[in-house]
Design a protein around this ligand. Structure first.
Ligand SMILES: [Ca+2]
Length: 325
């Protein structure tokens, strides 16, 4: 395996190759991350002040030959450690990859009755829409749903459970899980990208890499929760910073670096929160990925005219440390 190392501190031996690929991106698309739109390379402020360029490799695929695709891989460095890609879905369509994703929660539910939502998750191409290039667009559609809700919406879940199902799913233990998303501009919306322990019907912990309430368009939510087996209660912690911009108007990269001793939340390369074992248990064992667009209920508030609003996901990736954990 050949890695395209993009950490500027280790660029020497790969710089020529990187610059060559970078030039191909610029030539093919006319711009790159130096323009800060829906970018193909993204500068990330490194902890030691070095900028890293992380290409959106799925788009890069379109300018590479099959031989180059096979030869090039890439890694990123968050904290000085090198990471390599462990999972990627770029949502290149035309169909959702059913070998990975199911369209309900791991235990089969399509809504959460205790949250009084206005929507039910359905498996419908108008809701889980892959007609845009390299994009999963979860779009609210009018109900009523099978369970009688006002709106149809969508969830994707990478759990392989139950094992009687044919999809293999995707699970991981430790790593940096990232998604590139655009949030719905809708009072009452509650999109999320998260991971949760797999393989047990009893919920033990979850890490919410990104949640957003449409009623607070400048606030990011970075939370995690766990089950306290001694007190038999759910505990959680988090932060809700004002990001200083109108979040639904922008594409953002959100992710959590999960290690045996900590979670670190990132938004566009900025550390938003670090949670260590000193403030509660850190999850272990395999986890699966979830992205969903919830509407209404406690927290988000009532949504009006949600039809046509969408939660867009350009990609979901998981990187793991090359050196292991
Ligand atoms: Ca994509």
């Amino acid at each position: 395996m050949k890695y395209l190392v993009l950490n500027a501190g280790a660029l020497e031996e790969n710089q020529a190759e990187f610059e060559s690929l970078h030039q191909q991106i610029k030539t093919a698309f006319g711009y790159c991350g130096e323009c800060s739109t829906r970018d193909y390379c993204h500068p990330i402020p490194h902890s030691n002040g070095i900028n890293i360029l992380v290409p959106i490799i799925g788009n890069l695929y379109s300018v590479l030959t099959p031989e180059q695709r096979a030869a090039y891989h890439y890694s990123l460095s968050l904290t000085g450690d090198f990471y390599q890609l462990d999972f990627e879905d770029d949502f290149d369509g035309p169909e959702l990859d059913r070998s990975i994703w199911k369209t309900h929660y791991w235990e089969g539910s399509t809504y959460t009755p205790q949250h009084n939502r206005q929507m039910e998750y359905v498996d419908n191409p108008a809701v889980l829409d892959l007609s845009e290039p390299s994009l999963l667009r979860i779009t609210a559609q009018p109900g009523p749903t099978p369970a009688g809700f006002e709106y149809k919406s969508g969830v994707i879940c990478s759990s392989p459970q139950p094992t009687s199902q044919t999809n293999t799913g995707y699970t991981f233990e430790y790593g940096y899980a990232e998604a590139y998303v655009k949030n719905p501009d809708l009072h009452g919306s509650f999109p999320a990208f998260w991971f949760i322990q797999d393989g047990d019907v009893n919920w033990l912990w979850e890490v919410d890499a990104w949640e957003h309430l449409g009623k607070d368009p400048r606030i990011g939510l970075y939370h995690d929760y766990w089950w306290d087996e001694v007190q038999e209660i759910t505990k959680g912690t988090g932060v809700t910073p004002n990001e200083g911009f109108h979040i639904p108007a922008n594409w953002i990269k959100v992710g959590v670096d999960w290690t045996p001793t900590s979670y670190t939340w990132y938004r566009d390369g900025q550390v938003k929160r670090i949670r260590t074992a000193a403030n509660g248990p850190i999850g272990s064992g395999p986890a699966h990925l979830i992205a969903n667009f919830a509407i209404g209920g406690g927290g988000p508030g009532t949504a009006v005219n949600a039809v046509g609003k969408s939660f867009d996901i350009d990609y979901i990736r998981v990187f793991k440390k090359v050196a292991g954990y």
